[in-house]
Design a protein around this ligand. Structure first.
Ligand code: HEM
Length: 219
């Protein structure tokens, strides 16, 4: 701990971190009337960070190929030290994040916090909610189990129901007419890189606007 403190002091002397931390974290002023429901957005963000960290650890062993994906996940769960724990945290974290995002959404909708000047908080939030759901959906296919296979099959049938263009969308999402190794590769790239990158961009937009308007006071 003392070593960490000295490392922090070294950076603090050069980059003047203490005033920044005091202003934004330890001495940050928020309305007195805020209740616990105002924590859901922050908790959703914290869960996202946990997902990124555990996801990076899982990536060290995971193999995105139909002949190897299931074996690699089994290897993580039974042979990698603490692998079962990291895998469990990532699975439970995905569900937790969805629940938190929906609770955050419910608070915002209940108090009508989407009204002027917070329209863009709402719009970026809706995009984030969509991305969170798609991240969970694409991640579900990665262990390549019977459940994930059929989950992806049913899930990708939904856009297939759109008149005229539905079949085209379904085949595009699946990278062909059926769920295959191509689908696995596509979902993998969406899950580990494309969606998290887009989510970070929208979170930055969300947070910058919240800084500008401040947190609203519930009625
Ligand atoms: C990954 C998803 C999301 C994250 C990480 C996130 C994060 C946050 C954080 C940290 C805050 C400030 C604290 C708070 O008021 O809770 C906030 C505020 C806000 N968020 Fe989100 N959010 C997400 C999704 C959404 C969704 C789905 C909506 C609505 C459709 C939304 C709309 C808003 C609005 C309107 C505010 C301002 C609240 C106020 O002024 O009191 N956010 N968000």
């Amino acid at each position: 701990m003392r070593l960490l403190g000295r490392i922090f002091d070294w950076f603090d002397e050069r980059y003047e971190l203490t005033p920044l931390i005091e202003k934004n974290v330890t001495h940050k002023q928020v309305p007195r009337t805020l209740g616990w429901s105002a924590c859901f957005g922050g908790l959703a963000f914290l869960t996202f960070l946990v997902q990124v960290f555990t996801g990076m650890l899982l990536l060290m062993y995971y193999k995105p190929h139909p002949s190897a994906a299931w074996d690699s996940v089994t290897f993580i769960k039974s042979n990698v030290p603490m692998g079962w724990l990291v895998q469990r945290i990532h699975t439970v974290g995905a569900n937790t994040m969805i629940v938190l995002v929906f609770m955050h959404f419910a608070r915002v909708a209940y108090y009508k916090i989407f009204r002027k000047p917070r329209e863009l908080h709402w719009i970026s939030g809706v995009v984030l909610m969509l991305i969170t759901t798609i991240m969970a959906f694409t991640g579900y296919l990665l262990p390549w189990t019977q459940l994930s296979y059929w989950g992806a099959k049913v899930g990708t049938e939904i856009p297939g129901a759109v008149p005229w263009i539905g079949e085209g969308i379904r085949n595009w999402v699946r990278r062909g007419p059926a769920i295959s190794g191509e689908t696995l590769g596509f979902f993998f790239s969406l899950h580990i890189w494309i969606l998290p990158a887009v989510a970070v961009a929208f979170m930055l937009m969300h947070f910058m606007m919240i800084r500008r308007t401040g947190i609203s006071r519930p009625l």
